[in-house]
Ligand binder design. Structure first.
Ligand code: UD1
Ligand code: CA
Length: 449
């Protein structure tokens, strides 16, 4: 059975009071429409067709080739919106799942339930309903004496009796495709000048066909974003959902409320996260690590048994048993090999620190390659920028860089080389040689151990 999803996202979202299209407002680092696309992708196994209108170009760019797009130039209602997908879907799919771009908390599981119900019945529509006390302006689900769905009444058209109905239309449906395309053309124009998708329920009944309803119990799933208050509510729901999944997968969170983990992040078992820690983007964390408190990690890969305390890591890589912080800053291309220790107030950019290297106190390393087992004294700085160009620094195995050394790049320190405290190194340091002073001069050789 072929199935495709149509995601409605052409509306303006006036109540967001924003120059950004509503569905592009971010939740946990992704535009909120990404969640609807992802749930639909998981449920159908295919790319969705997104109906765009307001901010069409921006929405298209944000989703890229993860979706197909159809333009609804004038927003003439939800029925009209679905109709825009007919040209690319008619004859190509057996079922059509319809959902909204502004319902980020709806899960793939719920969509799958809708699809399963539609497959196991003969009627042309399966709809999602939710029973709540607060009607939120949603359409009411009208049932007959036997409990069969008879139709959907929009709030504006409802009788006082119908307004009391607590079962609401969530706006998510699975349709038999052929019936859908044909029936869409029969939707009458509403008094407001719109074509309501919800009129299909009445049309099915008058065709003598039955409508199935799947009642959702978790009303959080049906939250739709209309204002920034809803945006914050949905963020809280998804935030909690992600954190709970990680805790069930073996991650300890001292304070889940202040632990922020974006979708796409991976975390190994027995890792412990202290409060106020943020894991962004494509971050991967191994097993048995300890992160935070007060730590921000983005697009960084971290091995097993690492410790990161009160630090900011971006585009970095840590192998196993590395410790960073407090107050470390790793920038793009920082690669700390196994067992590296980076203490307080260090900054590393585009550099490799080989196994066992120690950099205990307030240093800056940029464009540097360190072979391993090197000691970087307090206050060491690689002076990698002359105002126009960046230059590399190379430090070989077992070197000892004295406190407050300035390494004027490009420069190399040979194996076992030493610099004295305060040295300003303008020339390469030969292996097993001590240099001191400003500019640094060789004063003696060291015996190779
Ligand atoms: C709709 C339903 C209502 C349901 C509610 C649930 C109809 C007529 N009513 O009402 O029964 O309870 O959703 O949230 O369907 N959109 C377009 N093009 C359009 C119009 C809308 O793409 O021409 C998109 C919007 O961007 C939005 C979604 O469809 O994502 C829903 O539209 P909206 O106007 O919010 O529908 P409601 O009036 O809330
Ligand atoms: Ca709405």
């Amino acid at each position: 059975m072929k199935i495709r999803a149509v995601i409605l996202a052409a509306g303006q979202g006036t109540r967001m009071r924003s120059s950004l299209p509503k569905v592009l407002h971010p939740i946990l680092g992704r535009p909120l429409i990404w969640y609807a696309c992802e749930a639909a992708r998981q449920a159908t196994g295919t790319r969705s067709v997104v109906v765009i209108g307001h901010g069409a170009q921006q929405v298209r760019e944000a989703l890229g080739d993860t979706a197909e797009f159809v333009l609804q130039a004038d927003q003439l209602g939800t029925g009209h919106a679905v109709q825009q997908a007919e040209a690319i879907l008619r004859g190509k799919t057996d079922l059509v799942l319809v959902t909204y771009g502004d319902m980020p908390a709806l899960t793939a599981k719920t969509l799958q339930q809708l699809i399963k119900t539609q497959i196991s019945h003969t009627g042309p529509i399966t709809m999602l309903t939710v029973v709540v006390d607060d009607p939120r302006g949603f359409g009411r689900v009208v049932r007959d004496g036997t409990g069969q769905v008879e139709g959907i009444v929009e709030e504006a058209q409802a009788t006082p009796e119908q307004l009391k109905i607590k079962e609401l239309n969530a706006g998510v449906y699975c349709f038999a495709a052929e019936w859908l395309w044909e029936a869409l053309s029969r939707i009458p124009l509403s008094p407001k000048g719109e074509y309501y998708l919800t009129d299909l329920a009445g049309l099915a009944v008058s065709d003598g066909l039955s409508i199935q309803a799947v009642q959702i119990l978790d009303q959080d799933e049906t939250i739709g974003i209309n204002t920034r208050i809803h945006l914050a509510e949905a963020t809280a729901i998804l935030h909690k959902r992600i954190n709970q999944a990680w805790m069930l997968a073996g991650v300890t969170m001292i304070d889940p409320a202040t632990t922020y983990i974006e979708p796409g992040v991976e975390i190994g078992q027995d890792t412990l996260i202290w409060p106020n820690t943020y894991l962004h983007g494509k971050t991967q964390v191994g097993e048995g690590c300890e992160l935070g408190p007060n730590t921000i990690i983005r697009d960084t890969s971290i091995g097993n048994r690492c410790t990161v305390l009160a630090s900011v890591l971006e585009g970095a890589r840590l192998e196993d048993d590395v410790d960073v912080g407090p107050f470390g800053r790793l920038r793009k291309g920082a690669h700390l090999a196994e067992g590296v220790h980076m203490g307080n107030f260090g900054e590393v950019k585009n550099s490799y620190l080989g196994p066992g290297t120690k950099m205990g106190h307030f240093s800056y390393l940029g464009d540097t390659t360190i072979e391993g087992d090197v000691n970087i004294g307090a206050g060491t700085v690689t002076c990698n920028f002359d105002g126009e160009h960046k230059y590399p620094t190379e430090i070989s195995k077992g070197a000892f860089i004295g406190s407050d050394t300035m390494l004027i790049a490009p420069v190399k320190v040979g194996e076992g080389g030493r610099t004295g405290a305060g040295a300003v190194v303008t020339h390469d340091v030969p292996p097993y040689t001590v240099v001191v002073g400003v500019p640094a001069r060789q004063i003696r050789k060291i015996e190779k151990k």
